[in-house]
Design a protein around this ligand. Structure first.
Ligand SMILES: [Zn+2]
Ligand SMILES: [Zn+2]
Length: 94
């Protein structure tokens, strides 16, 4: 039984630290109906993305298949979010 207790304790500790790093609070803004916004937020302002005027939308990144070619002349199968449409292997460093 000792083993079980230990692993449970480890889980609890892991869970606690996980909660700490990703702690989100309920948005403090009120909606048009004068009820508290139900969105949760992780920002310091305690406002969700809808109510935070400083919220910056993360730029849309779409994953595409790399348009580079391998040494063998085949199409690269790597996926990339790079604007150039090329994966890390095919993106030339400046
Ligand atoms: Zn909100
Ligand atoms: Zn590639």
């Amino acid at each position: 039984m000792k083993k079980l207790t230990l692993s449970v304790a480890a889980l609890l500790i892991a869970g606690a630290s996980f909660a700490q790093t990703t702690k989100s609070t309920q948005c403090t803004a009120t909606t048009k109906k004068n009820i508290q916004c139900k969105n949760t937020t992780k920002t310091k302002s305690k406002l969700c993305y809808l109510h935070d005027p400083n919220y910056v939308k993360p730029s849309k990144t779409t994953t595409v298949v790399c348009n580079g070619t391998t040494k063998a002349g085949n199409k690269c199968k790597n996926k990339t979010k790079n604007k150039s449409g090329k994966c890390r292997l095919h993106t030339k460093k400046d």
